[in-house]
Design a protein around this ligand. Sequence first.
Ligand code: PEP
Length: 251
Amino acid sequence: MSKSKLIAGNWKMNASLEGSAALVRGVLDGLAQAQPACDVAMCAPAPYLAALQGWLAGQSAVQPGAQDVSAHASGAYTGEVSADMLRDFGVRYCIVGHSERRQYHGETDELVAAKTQRALAAGITPIVCVGETLAERDGGHTEEVVRRQLAAVIHVNGHCITEVVVAYEPVWAIGTGKTATPELAQQVHAALRAQLRAASDHADRIRLLYGGSMNAANAASLLSQPDIDGGLIGGASLKAADFLAIVAAAR
Ligand code: PEP
């Protein structure tokens, strides 16, 4: 079954309000010249989501995204942002379980699964990140780690797993300039696909993104792999020209 690819930019905690406005303008101008053959999302820091909604109003080429969501519906959780709040600002995608959240904020597989569930309940498509550290790869544990991370999400979300986007992001490739080779990424994606097939009859429609130093030069070869259905882009999403080149490679 054919599905459109998804290219999602993860700005992380970068740029300013002014810089973000210019970035969005640059991307929208570029896409007005050449309509994307894929879905495109920009995942902004939470305080910029209201502005992002305004910048993206009246067009459909780029959808607004967030970088995290609370596992709780509402209540005394100072500093957290609920899925319903994200939806109030038009958010369509939300990154969940990014390795930086797992690494620096102690997010467990169970918490990531709960956040995924919250996003889905609010009608937001979660982009669930899985990936191994360098030590885990060197120890030969890559598939075991990503399968464990995905299993927690499948366990909690059941048949709704078909509404999820999964991003394979080897931790050693994020922001390092080291990219998994297309063959190596495809191998992990194939393992994830097999796991999803065991959980759902509709696993082939689930989009599996690759993330980790994807850029204008390597995007086409990664995106041509049979189980790579798009990219989650960090550094290269901060420059309109670079992001547009990756979008152009996704067909
Ligand atoms: C990311 O943060 O999800 C990511 C893939 O970053 P980068 O593209 O900079 O490696």
